[in-house]
Design a protein around this ligand. Structure first.
Ligand code: NAP
Length: 460
C-alpha cells in the first residue's frame, strides 16, 4: 500500500503518496553517499550551524508543524506543539555539545602515547514510528548529523506529510542534498536498503516484530544496529505514596499521546493498603477527560492514530476478557466519528492471559494489586520488556531501592520525566538495545579509532 495520510479524528483521507521507484531509491542512496564524502569533512561548527538553524525554524513555525502531526496521527494540539519545541531543543543540544562529546580521548598506555578518535560510520538507515512524528526524527538527526554521518530515513506509512516536512526543514536550514533524505519505501525496499553496501548502520524505533526483522537482516549483512522497541512499563505505587501527586502522573502516564508512547505507564502495580483509594481516584480522573477533536485545546482525550490501531487494541481487550480478565471501566470504541477508544482498566490478569505479556498501545490500564515491595518488584520484572518504569513513594530511599531492582533501561522516582535531550533513552530485553539522546546517543554509530604512537623496536 502507498503512504496514506488519514485524519483519525474524522477517518477522511488527506493525501496519499506513491512509493519511490527503484531508480529514485538508487539516486537517493548515491546522493547520500556523495554527500557523506564532504559532510564528514565539514567542521563541527558548520554542522552545528545547520542544526541550530533547523531548531530556529522549528520554533518559528511550531504551529504549522504541530497542526500537521495533529491532522495525520491525532496527537492533541498542545502535545504536538510540545513535541515540536522539544525536537528543536534536541537539535540545539547536539549543536552545542556534539563536538565535546566526540573530542579525542587521551589514553594512558604503559608505553608510548595513545588516543581514541571518533569518526562517523557513513550513510545510516533509520526506520521510525508515527507516534512522535518529529521527535523521533530529531532524536536521530541531531546526534548523527553532528557526528558527521548522513541519514536516509523511512518514516511510518501514516505520517508522510510530517516526514516530508522534516526533510524540507533540514534543507531549508542549509543541509546539503543527501545529508537527510526521506524515503517513501516499502518493507521490501527497506530490506534492499539494509543490504546495500553504502549503508553502514541501521537504527530502528518501532515494534518488537519490526525489530526482529530489521535486526536479523542487518545482522546478516554485519551492520551495527540500535533498537528502540516496545515497552510495558510498570507504574509502582507503594502504600505511602502521596496520591495528590501520584494520580495526575498516573493519568498523564497512561493517557498522554492517547496512550501511544513506548515508555507509557502500562502496568499499574499498587500495594494493597492503598489500592482501593488509588483506584477510586484514578477512575474518577479518567472519567473526567474530555473526548474530542485533538485540534481543540479543550480536548483532553483524543483519537488513536488510525482505525487499524483502534481495531487492534479492541481485539486485545476482548482477548484479555475472554482469558479471564475483568473490565473495571471502558473497553469499547467511543460512539462518534474517528478512531476513539474509551479509557479502559483491566484487572485480574493472570500470568497465562496474553494481556499479561502484551503491550497495550493506547488508553488501556492493566491493574495489579500486590502485598509488598518484593511482590511489586517481582511482578514488574515478570515481563518480556525492559524499557522504563516508575515508583511512587514518599520514602525516597525506598524509591531508590525499588528502582535499583527493576530490570529496565530507565526508572523514574515520583515522576515520569521520560525524555530529556541530555539524558540517555533506551531499554533492555525485548525493548531493544543501544541508547538515544545524551552523550551515549551520539556514540552509537561512531568509529572509536585507536591511534598509538611510540618509537618501539619490533619484537624479534
Ligand atoms: P512498527 O509497526 O514497528 O512501525 C515502526 C516503523 O517500522 C514504521 O516506519 C514501519 O513502517 C516500519 N516497519 C515495520 N515493520 C517493518 C519491516 N518488516 N521492514 C521495514 N520496516 C518496517 O511500530 P508501530 O506499531 O507503528 O509503532 C509503535 C511501536 O513502536 C510500539 O511498540 C512502541 O512501543 C514502539 N516505540 C518505541 C520507542 C522507543 O524509543 N523504545 C519509541 C516510540 C515507539 P510502516 O509504517 O510502513 O509499516
Amino acid at each position: 500500500m502507498s503512504y496514506q495520510s488519514v485524519n483519525p479524528n474524522t477517518g477522511k483521507q488527506l493525501k496519499s503518496f506513491e512509493h519511490m521507484s527503484t531508480a529514485q531509491l538508487q539516486h537517493a542512496l548515491s546522493t547520500a553517499q556523495t554527500c557523506f564524502q564532504s559532510w564528514k569533512n565539514t567542521s563541527y561548527a558548520d554542522r552545528a550551524a545547520v542544526l541550530s538553524r533547523a531548531a530556529v525554524l522549528l520554533r518559528a513555525h511550531v504551529d504549522d508543524f504541530a497542526k500537521l502531526a495533529t491532522l495525520e496521527m491525532g496527537k492533541r494540539i498542545d502535545e504536538a506543539r510540545g513535541e515540536v519545541a522539544f525536537s528543536a531543543d534536541i537539535l540545539s543540544y547536539y549543536a552545542q555539545h556534539g563536538q565535546a562529546f566526540l573530542a579525542p580521548v587521551e589514553l594512558a598506555p604503559e608505553q608510548g602515547e595513545a588516543r581514541m578518535e571518533s569518526s562517523p560510520f557513513g550513510v545510516l538507515f533509520c526506520v521510525e514510528p508515527w507516534n512522535f512524528p518529529y521527535y523521533q526524527l530529531a532524536r536521530v538527526a541531531g546526534p548523527q548529523l553532528m557526528a558527521g554521518n548522513v541519514l536516509v530515513v523511512k518514516h511510518a506509512g501514516n505520517v508522510p506529510q510530517c516526514a516530508i516536512a522534516f526533510e524540507k526543514l533540514l534543507l531549508d536550514a542549509g543541509a546539503p542534498a543527501g545529508a537527510y533524505t526521506n524515503l517513501l519505501i516499502t518493507h521490501e525496499q527497506a530490506n534492499q536498503v539494509i543490504d546495500d553496501p553504502r549503508i553502514k548502520g541501521v537504527a530502528l524505533t518501532g515494534s518488537v516484530g519490526a525489530g526482529r526483522s530489521i535486526a536479523a537482516r542487518a545482522g546478516k549483512a554485519l551492520k551495527k544496529t540500535s533498537m528502540e522497541l516496545g515497552g510495558s512499563d510498570a507504574f509502582i505505587v507503594m502504600d505511602d505514596a502521596d496520591l495528590e501527586r501520584t494520580i495526575p502522573w498516573a493519568v498523564w502516564g497512561r493517557m498522554y499521546n492517547a496512550g501511544q508512547t513506548c515508555c507509557a505507564a502500562k502496568r499499574f502495580i499498587v500495594q494493597a493498603g492503598i489500592a482501593d483509594r488509588f483506584l477510586d481516584r484514578f477512575m474518577s480522573a479518567l472519567s473526567q477527560l474530555q473526548v474530542g477533536d485533538p485540534m481543540d485545546k479543550r480536548t483532553t482525550h483524543g483519537p488513536l492514530s488510525s482505525e487499524a490501531a483502534l481495531l487492534q487494541l479492541l481485539g486485545q481487550v476482548d482477548a484479555a476478557v475472554e482469558n479471564g480478565a475483568r473490565l473495571l471501566m471502558g473497553g469499547k470504541r467511543i460512539d462518534r466519528p474517528g478512531s476513539f477508544m474509551e479509557a479502559t482498566i483491566l484487572t485480574d490478569i493472570r500470568s497465562d492471559n496474553p494481556a499479561f505479556r502484551d503491550e497495550f498501545f493506547g488508553p488501556v490500564v492493566s491493574f495489579h494489586r500486590v502485598k509488598d515491595e518484593a511482590e511489586a518488584i517481582a511482578l514488574a520484572n515478570n515481563s518480556d520488556f525492559g524499557l522504563g518504569g516508575s515508583v511512587f513513594t514518599q520514602d525516597v530511599a525506598r524509591g531508590n531501592r525499588i528502582a535499583g531492582q527493576v530490570d529496565t533501561g530507565m526508572m523514574f522516582i515520583n515522576n515520569l520525566h521520560w525524555s530529556d535531550a541530555a539524558l540517555p533513552f533506551g531499554g533492555v530485553k525485548n525493548s531493544g538495545y543501544g541508547r538515544e539522546l545524551g552523550n551515549l546517543g551520539i556514540q552509537e554509530f561512531v568509529n572509536k579509532k585507536l591511534v598509538r604512537a611510540g618509537d618501539f623496536a619490533a619484537p624479534v
